[in-house]
Design a protein around this ligand. Structure first.
Ligand code: PGA
Length: 256
């Protein structure tokens, strides 16, 4: 069975005081949600205090990126050991904004994924096509490239511990959401690729989230799709009301 995972990607938003206010609100309202894995991925500067605040709660902590080395002379970078120290359970890897602005490639994604798995942090691996790629009919080619190379050389056991987020780049922060059937088509393609890389049973148990302008009113229709197992939420995770509503809408759905 795949558990629905709703993760909030806060990007470069929130000072510590703003972050604590948001998390206190989420904790107060969401304490009895059990069938959805709730994850928040704040900026590094807030991780320490939030980690303490949610330690006894049903909210899990994630980071937005990490380096593939455990330590070293890499000015400005953060390592997996540092994230472990803060009790991070998840880390987003290969977000399209990292690919676009910070030279992230499938090769660096692959190295980071391996390090995260080695240290028992769940990587949320982002894949997705740009608008021009979709228009040129290259969606499946791009997805295959991201999945096969980003997850290259992982054993079946390692693949089973990965979370994928399908995020069409044209839907991120634009207000344009992929239609549920449009997203499902890609999710089922991803599951097929994962099955080819491992086996059917392993692939059936991997959580594949959708991301890109997820809002309270489109959550249910997306997650009802056969191969959509949750959401990676940007803008709508920055305020209590929409994020709570997204989680409650997801919690009302059957597990797959
Ligand atoms: P959005 O961002 O929900 O604001 O579109 C999603 C993401 O970038 O993960």
């Amino acid at each position: 069975m795949r558990k629905i995972i709703i993760a909030g990607n806060w990007k470069m938003y929130k000072t510590i005081s703003e972050a604590l206010e948001l998390v206190n609100g989420l904790k107060r309202i969401l304490y009895n949600i059990e069938n959805v894995e709730i994850v928040i991925c704040p900026p590094y500067t807030c991780l320490d205090q939030i980690s303490e605040l949610i330690s006894e709660s049903n909210i899990k902590l994630g980071a937005q990126d990490m380096h593939w080395e455990t330590e070293g002379a890499f000015t400005g970078e953060v390592s997996v050991l540092m994230l472990k120290d803060l009790s991070c359970r998840y880390v987003i890897i290969g977000h399209s904004e990292r690919r676009q602005y910070f030279s992230e490639t499938n090769e660096t994604v692959n190295k980071k994924v391996k390090t995260a798995l080695k240290y028992n942090i769940t990587p949320i691996v982002c894949v997705g096509e740009k608008l021009e790629e979709r228009q040129a009919g290259k969606t499946f080619q791009i997805i295959e490239d991201h999945i096969k190379n980003g997850l290259k050389d992982l054993s079946k056991e390692e693949l089973a511990r990965v979370v994928i987020a399908y995020e069409p780049v044209w839907a991120i922060g634009t207000g344009l959401t992929a239609k549920p059937e449009q997203a499902q088509e890609v999710h089922s393609f991803i599951r097929k690729l994962l099955s080819d890389m491992s086996d059917e049973e392993t692939a059936q148990n991997i959580t594949i989230q959708y991301g890109g302008s997820v809002k309270p009113d489109n959550t249910k229709d997306l997650i009802k799709q056969k191969d959509i197992d949750g959401a990676l939420v940007g803008g709508a995770s920055l305020k209590i009301d929409p994020f709570v509503e997204i989680i409650k809408n997801a919690a009302g759905l059957e597990a797959k």
